[in-house]
Design a protein around this ligand. Structure first.
Ligand SMILES: *Cc1c(COP(=O)(O)O)cnc(C)c1O
Length: 404
């Protein structure tokens, strides 16, 4: 077998090596951060050829940059895509990709539990542009099929979702989208290319918030889109003009983070499974949402389309929001923050993080209990995390007993 950085090699090897070689200069073993707004040319003919895309090179930082391009190459290879482009944030990746293809009168079909910002695009901004958006019950495949068949330009999916970790069957959804010629977008932020490659199922575009697992260290914002050359070039053109460009320093930090993506995901998935089982048997917990649990409604689909079940889980604490207010501050090994996918465990109530934009009634309709805690498992020792949860539950119990 021949292996190289783009084919044959396994994902862990690609995460380390892919996309970097041609960007290392002066014999550096690492991709340098190129902090330069513009690139100079003494030969005007050469400048012209690069500017019109006839030759490779860089002109101006809003369009391309070598460090940023290296990041694009790595995510492209990990998703096994023909092309990739990058953005200042995950939301820029989502909004620019939608704006590239939607026109007044277009119709989008999606689900209710997409990321909070995505949901706002669907409920607030697209309708202002005379774009019709239908949001289906997440995981109700029959309803999505019905709505797509009524007419659809973009079927926009996210799997697994925030915060109850619902799963949508990609193979089945691609089939119905093809019937009506709709493009299928999938936000793959939670799974990462290590666990799931939506393009394999015929999905047209894969979107990432690189801010989360790809970077993995909660210190850089970024986004990416992967797909066919034809579609990605159109999105790139929209972005180069509209300007939601990734910063070279962010590209460097995310590129560095991605080298350990495979290791991190393995540890996070392993811990998440054990923590979900621990919580499921806990007397102070009402419900646990994790697709690795056999009674999770998306378990079988997750098993089919994901290599592991991911590092995100959520659970509702008995005693409602008052209990959550007691419980969360007691966790020693967790940042209480509106983030996820970092090396540190990160927690927050769904009502303050992913679904702050919704009213309590809307959250109830989405099946999100007010006492739901989103738990993004970090790379800490599994037993330490379980002990930390155990200590916080014990202290909650004490506080509740003292009140009586
Ligand atoms: C965070 C997140 C986004 C948005 O990414 P930003 O980098 O914060 O703009 C989009 N989708 C999902 C699933 C996310 O978790």
């Amino acid at each position: 077998m021949t292996i190289n950085q783009n084919k044959g090699a396994s994902l862990s090897t690609k995460a380390v090596w892919s996309g970097e070689k041609e960007y290392r200069v002066h014999g550096a073993s690492q991709v340098p951060v190129v902090h330069s707004v513009a690139f100079t040319y003494d030969d005007l003919d050469h400048w012209y050829d690069v500017a019109v895309g006839r030759e490779k090179g860089h002109i101006y930082g809003r369009n391309t940059n070598p460090t940023v391009e290296s990041f694009e190459q790595k995510i492209k290879i990990l998703e096994d895509a023909e092309a990739a482009t990058s953005f200042s944030t995950g939301m820029a990746a989502i909004s620019n990709s939608l704006a590239t293809f939607l026109r007044p009168g277009s119709r989008v079909v999606s689900c209710k539990d997409t990321y909070g910002g995505t949901n706002k695009i669907f409920s607030e901004f697209l309708p202002q542009l005379d774009i019709d958006v239908k949001l289906c019950e997440t995981g109700n495949h029959g309803q999505i099929e019905e709505e797509v068949r009524k007419g659809c330009d973009i079927l926009y999916l996210e799997t697994p979702t925030n915060p109850t970790v619902k799963i949508t069957d990609l193979e089945r959804m691609v089939k119905v989208a093809k019937e009506v010629g709709a493009l299928v977008f999938v936000d793959n932020t939670f799974a990462t290319p290590i666990l799931q490659n939506p393009l394999e199922y015929g999905v047209d575009l894969v979107i990432h918030s690189a801010t989360k697992y790809l970077g993995g260290h909660a210190d850089a914002l970024g986004g990416a889109v992967c797909g066919s050359k034809e579609l990605v070039e159109k999105i790139y053109h929209y972005r180069e003009i509209n300007g939601a460009t990734m910063d070279p320093m962010a590209a460097y930090l995310i590129l560095r983070g991605m080298k350990t993506l495979h290791l991190r995901m393995n540890q996070q998935c392993k811990s998440a499974m054990k923590i979900a089982e621990y919580l499921k048997n806990h007397e102070q917990v009402d419900q646990v949402f994790y697709p690795g649990l056999e009674d999770h409604p998306g378990h079988d689909i997750a098993k089919k389309q994901m290599r592991q079940f991911g590092g995100m889980l959520s659970f509702s604490v008995k005693g409602g929001m008052d209990a959550v207010k007691q419980f969360l501050p007691k966790l020693e090994f967790a940042n209480r923050a509106a983030n996820l996918g970092a090396v540190e465990t990160t927690v927050g109530p769904a009502r303050t993080t992913s679904h702050i934009e919704n009213t309590p009634e809307e959250r109830a309709a989405l099946g999100i209990p007010e006492s739901l805690v989103r738990y993004s498992v970090g790379i800490e020792d599994t037993d330490d995390l379980i002990q930390d949860l155990e200590n916080a539950f014990a202290s909650l119990k004490k506080a509740e007993a003292a009140k009586r």
